[in-house]
Design a binder for this molecule. Structure first.
Ligand code: UDP
Length: 339
């Protein structure tokens, strides 16, 4: 009987931020990741574990030939667009890539008999939280097209499971942050929109200051609270979900967060302490669509997966990101920061 050590796992978007960390975790557990990526936002240099197939999810033939070639036991699907603001002004791009292309992938899997799927969902499916911390039973009321694409795919997965026996895990990430503690991979978005890398860009002198979007929220210091969860902990949760799916075939829908909220001001202050640099911060107007507070209940992930995040302190999360952002490879990949 084949043992799990021989399993190949197809990782779409494996050249990107979270996908590359998942590849490292898979390889470290004896799986062979195979990255399927069009390199539109990912980086070939970050494909360091397992195989690589350059392809686009709009190309059904490419997906089929990749599945035929590697015969993966399961698919981890990270490839998607993820900028909320852009999804508001260009929803077509989001529905087409995040929904239509995911359908292409699911249908190719069906025709090749691949029936296990780990999906990168998001806390954006909840919209404005009804209560905090957010648990999985809260209604799914996304407030932007990005969040709606994630909800739609979750609904498709539920229907595909009922009709075709697809087994899936929908993992709703809160704010992915940090970088591989060994410095082998990390965040490299162009343009960057996330608060931690933008704060570190200011610490490095690449930009003159970091902007704080709104200091008049009803929160202790007036800035938004977010649940920053380390990308290595996210990768570990994917591995646990994969193993569970392979073992018992029961669908999973789980939040992945740290269970604690940190304000934007705390992020900037902690980055000053970690880097020892003066980071200038400028208060700006609120960014539209930002809820005041998003914090996960991680009770279900702990109970079902036995998942326990290792990086619970914001300083430790920022420290791994700081180590990564100063590396030559990161400096090369992160060549376009905007203040
Ligand atoms: N944020 C900010 N300045 C920036 C980027 C983000 O103040 O340059 C704030 C943003 O309004 C939110 C928090 O930082 O309250 C986290 O935003 P990010 O874009 O990092 O992640 P998101 O929550 O959108 O997934």
């Amino acid at each position: 009987m084949a043992n799990f050590m021989e399993h190949k796992i197809l990782v779409t978007g494996g050249a990107g931020y979270i996908g590359s960390h998942a590849c490292k975790a898979l390889a470290g557990s004896g799986y062979t990741p195979v990255v399927f990526d069009n390199l539109s936002t990912g980086h070939r240099e970050l494909v360091k574990w397992g195989g690589f197939f350059k392809g686009d999810l709009s190309d059904k033939e490419a997906i089929l030939s990749c599945l035929k070639k590697y015969r993966p036991a399961a698919v981890m699907h990270f490839a998607a667009y993820a900028a909320v603001g852009e999804s508001v002004v260009n929803p077509a791009r989001y529905y087409s890539n995040n929904v239509v292309n995911t359908l292409n992938l699911l249908d190719a899997m069906r025709s090749r008999g691949v029936d296990k799927f780990i999906f990168s969902s998001s806390c954006a499916v909840y919209g404005l939280p009804r209560s905090l911390p957010i648990n999985e039973d809260q209604p799914l009321e996304p407030v932007n097209p990005y969040g709606r694409t994630k909800r739609m795919v979750e609904e498709i997965l539920s229907d595909y499971s009922a009709a075709y026996g697809m087994k899936y895990a929908s993992l709703r990430y809160f704010n992915a942050a940090g970088a591989d503690p060994d410095g082998e991979t990390g965040e490299a978005h162009n343009p960057e929109t996330h608060i931690i890398p933008l704060t570190l860009a200011a610490a490095m002198g690449k930009t003159p200051f970091v902007e704080i979007f709104g200091a008049d929220y009803k929160t202790p210091d007036g800035t938004c609270l977010r649940d920053y969860v380390h990308v290595t902990d996210l990768a570990a949760a994917h591995l646990l979900a994969l193993k569970l799916l392979m073992k018992n075939g029961k669908n999973l829908v789980l939040n992945l967060g740290n269970g604690r909220g940190f304000s934007v001001k705390e992020v900037v202050e902690t980055a000053r302490l970690v880097t020892g640099k003066k980071v200038k911060a400028v208060i700006r107007a609120r960014r539209s669509g930002d809820p005041a507070e998003l914090v996960a209940s991680q009770a279900m992930a702990r109970r079902v997966l036995g998942w326990k995040p290792r990086y619970t302190r914001l300083a430790d999360i920022i420290r791994t990101a700081w180590q990564w952002h100063r590396k030559a490879i990161s400096l090369r990949l992160n060549d376009c920061h905007k203040p």
